[in-house]
Every structure is written in structure tokens, then in C-alpha cells.
Design a binder for this molecule. Structure first.
Ligand code: AP5
Length: 212
């Protein structure tokens, strides 16, 4: 099964992908995580992406598409979950081409629906581990000791793009560039909408039903 998860910032794509990967042994391709790793390692890609991410803007299509193309080459065997890619119709068209060249079929494009007022509180309350990337939330899923990761003991911090006005810019970029993907995947007969409201476990059970 090859799927993509899309939806606004804070919809729960990363949270749900981690559980799906763990339970269904799928590959997880998150363009946000790939960029954050590149920034951490101070690569040329990271330096390019950082300027856009800090402002809440999308990284240019050509950069993202090139990065995903490289990542797909490393994937074999079990299925994959694309998280945060594609984010524009241009990226979606490039993905179709890449998959077709490799004889791979995308089974479903799953949209996680969460209303905007909930997105803002999810994003502003999110905390992430600097070491292993584990994701927490100050109210719905706090770490046992404040500021310390349960899994690896590293520092837990707020993402730069989860602060103040940047959240609004990311939501705007989503509306302008990513929401047209609903129509795109409806036309391809791959669009499925899943309610992303409720406890993470409830959302996961809805997703599992959709995937099977
Ligand atoms: P990326 O990292 O992909 O950010 P995003 O799409 O904005 O998504 P988020 O990571 O913010 O949210 P999420 O849906 O994964 O939510 P999460 O599970 O963490 O991208 C960052 C940047 O990189 C972009 O702005 C752009 O600049 C660049 N970029 C990446 N891909 C790109 C592309 N394809 N093209 C161009 N640029 C690209 O959950 C959020 C919080 O809510 C957490 O605290 C979590 O604990 C909590 N939570 C989750 N589910 C629930 C629940 N059910 N109930 C209560 N709390 C919940």
C-alpha cells in the first residue's frame, strides 16, 4: 500500500505517520523532516530551505521534487507514506511522473480534516525533541518531565515555525497552494477524507479502516 497524507499544518500528519510506520512497517517520507535534517547538518539544501521555512513559506517546487526523487530511489519492498509532499499541484504532477517511471501505483491520497481554530492550538502547543524528533504537545501529550524527551532524554523545544505570525503564514500557504490538491486527487479517483479531530488513537483507527 502506497499512500500520501495531506492536510493543513498541525493536522496530525507526522503523529499519524509515525504510528502507521510502526504498526504497518511502511517507509515514511516526510519532506519537513528531510529539510529539518538538512538544516541540522548545515548542507546546501538545508541552507536553501531554512530561509523559506523560517518565514512559513513553501520551499520552491524544483528543490522539493529533486529531494523526493533522490529519496524514492532508496525505497524498495514495503509500501510508503508520503507526509507533507506533494504540497502543490506542480509537485503532485511530478510525483505521478516519478511513480509511473518506476511502475509504482499511489493507492490513496488521504486528507486529514481539522478545523483552523484547533490547528492553531495544536501548533502553538507542539514541542519536539532535538535528538530523536519525537513530537509532544503541552496539553494533549506532554513529556513526563518538562523539556526532556521520554524516548531519548534530549532537550524538547518549540519549533521556530510554530511561533507567532509564522503559523498564520503557513496556514495561508496551505490554503493557497495545497488545498487545490483535494480537487486534483478527486479527479484521479484517489481522494479520501478522514476526520482528524479526536484523540490521536481515534484518528489512527479511522485511518487504519481507510487503508485496509
Ligand atoms: P512540515 O514539517 O511538513 O510541516 P506542516 O505540514 O506544516 O505540518 P506539521 O509538521 O506542522 O504538522 P503535522 O500535520 O505533521 O502535525 P503533528 O502530527 O506534528 O513542513 C515544514 C516546512 O517545510 C513547511 O512550512 C515548508 O516551508 C517546508 N516544506 C515541507 N514540505 C514541503 C513541500 N512538499 N513543498 C514545499 N515546502 C515544503 O501534530 C501537531 C501537534 O498536534 C503535535 O503537538 C501533536 O502532538 C498534536 N496532535 C496531533 N494529533 C493530535 C490529536 N489527534 N489530538 C490532539 N493533539 C494532536
Amino acid at each position: 500500500m502506497n499512500i500520501l497524507l495531506f492536510g493543513p499544518p498541525g493536522a496530525g500528519k507526522g503523529t499519524q505517520s509515525s504510528t502507521l510506520v510502526e504498526q504497518l512497517q511502511m517507509h515514511h517520507i516526510s519532506t519537513g523532516d528531510l529539510f529539518r535534517n538538512a538544516i541540522k547538518n548545515q548542507t546546501a539544501l538545508g541552507k536553501e530551505a531554512q530561509g523559506y521555512m523560517d518565514k512559513g513559506e513553501l520551499v520552491p517546487d524544483s528543490t522539493v521534487i529533486g529531494m523526493v526523487e533522490e529519496t524514492l530511489k532508496e525505497i524498495s519492498g514495503s509500501g510508503f507514506i508520503l507526509d507533507g509532499f506533494p504540497r502543490t499541484v506542480v509537485q503532485a504532477e511530478a510525483l505521478e511522473e516519478m511513480l509511473e517511471e518506476r511502475g509504482i501505483n499511489l493507492d490513496k491520497a488521504i486528507f486529514l480534516h481539522v478545523p483552523e481554530e484547533l490547528l492553531v492550538s495544536r501548533l502553538s502547543g507542539r514541542r519536539v525533541c532535538k535528538g530523536c524528533g519525537a513530537v509532544y504537545h503541552i496539553e494533549s501529550h506532554p513529556s513526563k518531565t518538562e523539556g526532556v524527551c521520554d524516548a531519548c532524554g534530549s532537550e524538547v523545544v518549540q519549533r521556530e515555525d510554530d511561533k507567532g505570525e509564522v503559523i498564520q503564514r503557513r496556514l495561508q500557504a496551505y490554503e493557497e497552494s495545497t488545498s487545490p490538491l483535494k480537487e486534483y486527487y478527486t479527479r484521479l479517483g484517489k481522494f479520501v477524507e478522514v476526520d482528524g479531530v479526536g484523540a490521536a488513537e481515534e484518528v489512527f483507527n479511522r485511518l487504519k479502516t481507510t487503508i485496509h
